[in-house]
Design a protein around this ligand. Structure first.
Ligand SMILES: Nc1ncnc2c1ncn2[C@@H]1O[C@H](COP(=O)(O)OP(=O)(O)OP(=O)(O)O)[C@@H](O)[C@H]1O
Ligand SMILES: [Mg+2]
Length: 275
């Protein structure tokens, strides 16, 4: 863990985000602080509207907090990037994979063309871009035939593999997964989660995983932050917080997931082997 490249850290300090629209004010994030420790993956859980995606966008630098600060590996993500170089450097720190890759993939170009475009923008090293695009496809389990299709010609699971390949093309230190498997069938979810666990071993990328599904968070993360109405109600080691919650809210969240999901053979249990 002495290699600085392999140890992303996120520091969120007293972040607040207030939205005002047509006279209505929403406090989406209300004084949140936490640290994502070096070499550890973090989960953020909380019911719908608790501020998870808003926080993710702020960590990515896509949104600016009303107050507070965010640093990713020491880099202030809340200050506006002053140049293209600075913008590209930030993209190398954090990439995001969303729930619905439809919205973020251009249907007019092939998957291969999309990967080539990202590689041109962020050449990781002195590489052969075409070869690297094929390699990335391979890495996430897409066939050469699938790479030559438009995203619209792929299944939901395959499209999510494309979104992961595109995020990884930049070789970021941190990948934020915002409900990245929520829309997929349970068996495809398990495949994608296994893939993410493998890639973490291979590339040393850290994950910040946002999910409604506490079973998934339990399997993939070391630490967890529980959000409720934009505030942290509980945080700590995932095993401790989810197995023995100190707060009634966390207990309610946990009890709201079907117990079969903790145990169902061949689905999430398969992850135990690889994580
Ligand atoms: N651009 C915006 N303008 C106004 N209000 C917003 C905006 N983005 C988010 N909000 C509000 O902020 C609150 C937090 O939303 P957010 O999307 O961060 O929640 P979430 O935890 O990601 O929910 P979900 O689990 O449904 O994805 C919600 O009340 C939402 O309506
Ligand atoms: Mg969200």
């Amino acid at each position: 863990m002495s290699d600085e490249r392999a140890v992303p850290t996120v520091e969120v300090d007293d972040v607040r985000r207030v939205f005002s629209r047509r006279g209505r004010t929403t406090v989406a994030v209300d004084g949140v602080s936490f640290t994502m420790r070096a070499g550890r993956d973090l989960g953020i859980v909380g019911e719908s509207g608790s501020g998870k995606s808003t926080l993710a966008r702020i960590i990515m630098g896509l949104d600016t907090p009303t107050s507070g600060s965010v640093r990713v590996q020491g880099e202030d993500m809340t200050a506006k990037p002053r140049s293209r170089v600075e913008r590209l450097r930030r993209a190398k720190l954090v990439q995001m994979v969303y729930q619905d890759p439809y919205g973020s993939l251009d249907p007019r170009q092939s998957v291969r063309a999309c990967l080539v475009e990202v590689l041109r923008l962020h050449p990781p090293r002195d590489i052969d871009i075409a070869a690297r695009a094929s390699e990335l496809g391979d890495l996430v389990g897409l066939t050469p035939g699938q790479l030559d299709r438009s995203p619209t010609g792929l299944s939901g699971g395959q499209r999510q593999r494309v979104a992961i390949a595109r995020a990884l093309a930049v070789e970021p230190r941190l990948v934020i997964l915002d409900e990245a498997v929520a829309a997929l069938d349970i068996s495809i979810q398990a495949q994608i989660l296994n893939l993410l666990a493998e890639l973490r071993e291979e590339l040393g990328t850290a994950y910040l995983l946002i999910s409604h599904d506490l079973a998934v968070v339990r399997q993939l993360t070391d630490d967890v932050v529980v959000l409720h109405h934009g505030r942290v109600v509980e945080q700590g080691e995932t095993g401790v917080v989810l197995d023995d919650p100190a707060e009634a809210y966390t207990r309610r969240l946990r009890d709201s997931i079907p117990s079969a999901q903790w145990r169902e053979p061949g689905t999430l249990d398969a992850l135990v082997v690889t994580v």
